[in-house]
Design a binder for this molecule. Structure first.
Ligand code: ADP
Ligand code: MG
Length: 275
């Protein structure tokens, strides 16, 4: 049984068949297994956020079936959906969605109140999650006192602290500088190695190349689904990088090769974005 299975899912805004109809999802079928690290990539307006909202049980399809962990999601009440979400899914949003009036640790602890975690355990679990992303020293600060990268780490801690088997991240590096983006991606990769299923939304080939599977969407449809090394756009970008890196004649061409769909220096540590 797959962790996620959607069958011929449509999400239609406006009036179907009329001029104002928007097919944000246009007949999508997809299966995701336990432990996968999937990037969903597409340009702005291609339907990525709609897909994440659907997969994350924040929204329900206009038509089509969705099974999460074998549970049919269609025709659930809002309360049931909220229950399913809080037990299974940690969310990371591009805008962090931290509450300014709460301290950092209180923000991290907030989803635990919905999970009915014992109040005495919430602080400890929040601190442990903050330690994992190296930001526990800011536990008593307010989010506004933190940089963007620090706020995103708090948002990741909030997702980790729920101990959810799935983390869904919508453009988690979109508002960050590239160095901080690499750090955030490193944290997600580590979580995946520890067994968490990661679903990452991005418009960036370099970010998608860090996943183990790349699903490309366009106009609400899946146009390719492959390992990053087989994704046509990531491959062509990588070839360009290789060409520009070896093209000046000063670099021995054998030193650079393609690894996981990215240009990589032979002998360099695999996986970093900065190779
Ligand atoms: P992405 O995240 O890839 O940028 P979205 O999933 O946000 O794309 O949007 C997909 C399409 O659906 C876009 O054309 C967008 O304008 C439309 N859309 C999204 N949400 C709504 C909504 N609430 N009402 C009407 N149209 C929407
Ligand atoms: Mg979006």
């Amino acid at each position: 049984m797959s962790l996620i299975k959607i069958e011929n899912v449509f999400k239609i805004y406006g009036d179907e068949g009329c001029e104002n109809e928007v097919r944000a999802l246009d007949g999508v079928s997809l299966e995701i297994d336990y432990g996968e690290f999937v990037a969903i990539i597409g340009s702005s307006g291609s339907g990525k956020s709609t897909m994440m909202n659907m997969l994350g049980c924040l929204d329900v399809p206009t038509r089509g079936e969705y099974y999460l962990d074998g549970i049919p999601i269609r025709e659930r009440t809002e309360r049931e959906l909220s229950d399913i979400r809080s037990r299974r899914i940690g969310f990371i949003f591009q805008g962090y969605n931290l509450i300014p009036s709460l301290t950092v640790w209180q923000n991290v602890a907030l989803p635990m109140t919905y999970q009915k975690v014992n109040p005495g355990d919430r602080y400890q679990r929040a601190i442990e999650a903050l330690e994992k992303v190296d930001i526990a020293s800011k536990a008593e600060n307010r989010p506004t006192q933190l940089s963007g990268g620090q706020q995103q780490r708090v948002a990741i801690a909030r997702a980790i602290a729920t101990k959810s088997p799935i983390i869904m991240a919508d453009e988690p590096t979109g508002a960050l500088d590239s160095k901080t983006g690499v750090q955030v991606l490193g944290i997600l990769r580590q979580l995946n190695e520890e067994g968490t299923t990661i679903i990452l939304i991005t418009h960036d080939n370099g970010i998608a190349a860090q996943a183990k599977r790349v699903i490309r969407v366009q106009d609400g449809r899946i146009i390719s689904d492959s390992a990053p090394g087989d994704d046509p756009f990531i491959m062509s970008q990588t070839k360009k990088e290789v060409a520009s890196a070896v093209g000046d004649g000063t670099t021995p061409s054998g030193a650079l090769r393609v690894e996981n769909g990215r240009a990589a220096w032979a002998g360099a540590r695999a996986g970093g974005l900065t190779q």
